[in-house]
Design a protein around this ligand. Sequence first.
Ligand code: SF4
Length: 103
Amino acid sequence: MDENRAKAEALSVEDRTGLDSYDFGRNDFIVVDTSICESCSTKPCLYVCPAKVYKLDSEGKFIYNTEGCMELGACVIVCRHIGKGAIRWSYPEGGKGIAYHYG
Ligand code: SF4
């Protein structure tokens, strides 16, 4: 086993994602119409996003923050109201965005 692989296997998922770096030109590459989300009964995006872009605040209000987005697109796949325009998602422009350091 090479040294880098041994180091990678010793890290938790959170440790690994913490080593990723981000360079966002704009922060609006994901735009969510939260007025639609308020009527979404199951909110699957809360559970599939490993970066926790989608959250409920302390008062239970649906919020989102794209700063840690890993560009998986899982939220778009599971969104129950994508057809209504709940999420408008695109990659950060100009090759910006996340740089993975461990897989
Ligand atoms: S699944 Fe789509 S509509 Fe439902 S809360 Fe998440 S982003 Fe909003």
